[in-house]
Design a protein around this ligand. Structure first.
Ligand SMILES: C=C(O[C@@H]1C=C(C(=O)O)C=C[C@H]1O)C(=O)O
Length: 497
């Protein structure tokens, strides 16, 4: 076990770079931990401590692959906005919460913990957004009915012990540095020597230069059984029922989802799947959250909210057509997308809601006058970015996430009537599908993606999810085919198609 920060540093560095950089000292980390324990004694409450040092560009996927083996929890994040990656490992502090007010409860606990953090180390890489220790994780689409939902709570948010951030675009020597950050929450009885030693030990195991052996079998697992939940015909009838309710005027739009569950002959290779997703969907936010052997992964084109430098960004993404096999066919599908009154209506409902939700906190709201087309490998979508300059006393990202979720791109409109119908009729435990995955820093800057194009994986069982917006003139068969197209990325990634 290494107890010296300089060993850790060298482990992460290519041979030729070793002499060029200052050696970090374990004494420095220890000093910060000591200060934090002193502060905990003085304040009579636990104190967040965080220490950072630069690390050269590292292969984020490789670090994450190792982290998910050595830590109780791990998360990978590659941001669609600026290509920064985040690998989080271990638990410095758990802020998970259940129930309707899950995001609010996390927000309050994070504000208390973040206040008066004792920090040290650095200087580190300049990151495009967010600084210092982060709160990472995700939230379910809706609170679980009754007892806590297995395997994840309604909001699984935690401060990781080890946090590695950098820019995925950077390659080779002379490239921008990344940041390694070690976080802990100490109380009056904590032993600073032990705290710093445990952090270095975990970081070294995550950053070890040894290549991680492949996780699963070299040949992809073969599906032994699969089930559509609900069965295809039942789901189409459900779409028909939603259409009838909308024609009766009950609501304007509702998003119906379904699950496809696969049981394979052996465990799925999650890192290989994430690697494939990342390559096939470079414009997507890539995420993987692992806890207790369950892993929720996805590559989503949709973000809920991003807060950076006094600006809030969100995205209206709704309206879908397939990609064509030829440029002509693709252009025809694009014309269907931009010229369909039904699709434009579906999209407009989302943009209207986003605008309303942001108006009060933004001095200056910019909404593109008409949607653009986002082309992914499997489908194309109508897309309208929305951004605003935040007013002085505007809230942080968790409050925006709470306010925006679920947008009518994942729930419906009007919100209360559509969600109520959904809860009574969809018959699906969405879990984290269509919820949010992301992070916040101590000042409320951060990013949350909408957790679609996602799957929950546990050993040899994978649950894949997809849904689509239904309006009064939706056709059940077409909507069913749309969900099939949305499932395709994950099916390919897992080697199931
Ligand atoms: C619900 C999903 O996607 C959402 C629904 C869309 C639609 O109805 O056109 C488009 C993008 C997403 O907002 C999904 O992928 O599961």
């Amino acid at each position: 076990m290494a107890t010296d920060a300089s060993l850790l540093y060298l482990a992460a560095l290519p041979e030729a770079d070793r002499s060029a950089l200052d050696l970090a000292s374990s004494q420095d980390l220890l000093g910060v931990c000591r200060r934090a324990v002193d502060a905990a004694r003085l304040r009579g409450r636990p104190v967040l401590t965080s220490w950072a040092m630069p690390v050269p560009y590292t292969d984020a996927l490789d670090v994450w692959r190792r982290s998910r083996r050595v830590a109780d929890r791990a998360m990978l994040w590659r941001s669609a906005w600026d290509s920064t990656f985040l690998v989080a490992a271990g638990t410095a502090h758990d802020l998970s919460a259940d129930g309707e007010d899950r995001i609010g409860a996390v927000r309050a606990a994070w504000a208390e913990l973040a206040d008066g953090a004792v920090t040290g180390g650095g200087p580190t890489a300049e990151l495009p957004t967010g600084q210092g220790p982060l709160l990472v994780g995700g939230v379910a689409f809706a609170p679980a009915a009754g007892t806590s939902r297995p395997p994840f709570p309604d909001a699984l948010m935690w401060v990781p012990s080890v946090q590695i951030r950098g820019t995925a675009a950077a390659t080779g020597r002379g490239a921008p540095l990344g940041e390694l950050r070690l976080n802990a929450v100490v109380d009056r009885d904590s032993d600073p020597v032990r705290v710093s030693r445990d952090l270095l030990d975990l970081a070294e195991r995550c950053l070890s230069p040894m290549p991680a052996a492949p996780d699963g079998p070299v040949t992809p697992p073969l599906p032994r059984e699969s089930a559509e939940l609900p069965p295809a015909d039942d789901w189409k009838s459900l779409v028909g029922r939603a259409v009838r309710r909308m024609r009766e005027g009950a609501f304007e739009k509702v998003v119906l989802a379904r699950e496809v569950r696969y049981v394979a002959d052996r465990s799925f290779d999650v890192p290989a799947a994430v690697d494939r997703l990342g390559r096939a969907y470079p414009e997507a936010t890539l995420f993987a959250v692992r806890d207790s052997g369950f892993e929720f992964v996805g590559a989503t084109p949709e973000y809920l909210v991003r807060l950076t430098g006094g600006t809030v960004h969100t995205l209206g993404l709704a309206g879908t057509t397939p990609r064509g096999a030829t440029p002509e066919e693709d252009a025809a599908y694009e014309r269907d997308l931009t010229g369909s009154a039904k699709i434009l209506h579906e999209h407009d409902v989302v943009v209207r809601m986003l605008r309303e939700a942001l108006t009060t906190d933004c001095a200056d709201l910019t909404v593109a006058p008409s949607p653009t087309v986002l082309k992914l490998a499997n489908v194309q979508h109508l897309s309208t970015p929305v951004q605003g300059k935040l007013a002085e006393d505007a809230p942080g990202i968790l409050e925006f996430a709470e306010r925006l979720h679920p947008t009518p791109a994942l729930g419906g409109h009007p919100r209360a009537a559509s969600l109520d119908w959904l809860a009574k009729n969809e018959g699906l435990d969405r879990g984290w599908y269509a919820g949010g995955v992301g992070w916040s820093d101590t000042s409320g800057q951060g990013e949350f993606a909408v957790a679609i194009r996602s799957a929950l994986i546990h050993g040899n069982v994978a649950s894949l999810y997809a849904g689509c917006g239904i309006v009064a003139d939706s056709d059940p068969e077409e909507e069913y085919l749309e969900t099939c197209a949305k499932l395709r990325p994950m099916l390919h990634a897992l080697g199931l198609a």
